[in-house]
Design a protein. Sequence first.
Length: 155
Amino acid sequence: MAEESEGKKVDTGGGAYVGGDVHTAGGAFVGRDKRIEATGGSVAVGGDWIQAVQQQGVTSGDLVRLVGEMRQLLPQSGLDAETADVIEGDFRLIEAQAKKPQPKGRIILSKLKGVTELLTTAVAASEAAQKLLPTAQKLLPMAQQALEWAGTLFR
């Protein structure tokens, strides 16, 4: 973006332009993206990615382990093959994404939300029809826990 300032042409390439003093009251001035390495229960946002950090004692490793447990239970769930295949694919994607150095939280959250919705529908239908095995009913609270953890990790 080019702007006229005090008779000078300033081309910032789309970034911000400050033509005078900046008073930050002791804080830092950031003219564009600032990457913060977060600790102690926060999420760092820099550019177009979200970095997962430990929050409330939950780590990405905890999420990967929980999703792994759910994957092991899936074949015993009594879900129809098509639904189970979709959920299995989502679990693989979630695990792969969570293991990356800079996981895309939006993808993980979206997939876990979808899994939780599918399981909620399946469990509700099974309660009415009494067709699914108890394992499927066990998967739902696990998926809800994973979704909650991911919400904490990847805001």
